[in-house]
Write a protein that binds this ligand. Structure first.
Ligand SMILES: [Cu+2]
Length: 146
């Protein structure tokens, strides 16, 4: 009986030590999330073409730019992207899963694809063949609420 009690006390002390040494690791984790945001195009100085008041809007993918590059629409608007270029393009959200991508194989020259934006917010997108999340063939849809 006596031996068991001693063992229990030793385990308790070991537990406290482990707890204390783990704290600095937990404190350092939040700093790793910050730089991610800078990967995406900064929209603070961008002028958006006002396409509000309509149910639908069009964006052309040319070689190698989106026209209009920056549009502002009401929530619920369907934006149709058309590949007007001679080359392959695609439309991929900068934020993973923000909307369904228009993939290259479904977006050959002359083809179109539509995306309905129901939630207000800024949606940066880009062509993975000719751009990045912040330069080259990149654009954005600003979706306004009521
Ligand atoms: Cu492209």
């Amino acid at each position: 009986m006596r031996a068991l009690r001693t063992l229990g006390a030793a385990a308790l002390v070991a537990g406290l030590v482990a707890c204390g040494s783990g704290e600095p690791v937990a404190n350092s984790t939040p700093t790793t999330t910050k730089p991610k945001k800078a990967d995406t195009l900064d929209l603070s100085d961008v002028t958006f073409e006002d396409l509000t008041g309509a149910d639908a809007a069009d964006v052309e993918a040319r070689d190698n730019t989106y026209v209009a590059q920056f549009i502002e629409v009401d929530a619920g608007t369907t934006v149709t992207f058309t590949n007007k270029g001679r080359n392959q393009h695609n439309v991929v959200p900068a934020e993973d899963g923000a909307f369904a991508s228009l993939d290259t194989e479904d977006f050959e020259p002359g083809e179109s694809g539509s995306i309905t934006f129901s939630e207000p917010g800024d949606y940066v997108y880009y062509c993975t063949l000719h751009g990045t999340k912040r330069k080259g063939m990149v654009g954005a849809v600003r979706v306004l609420g009521e």
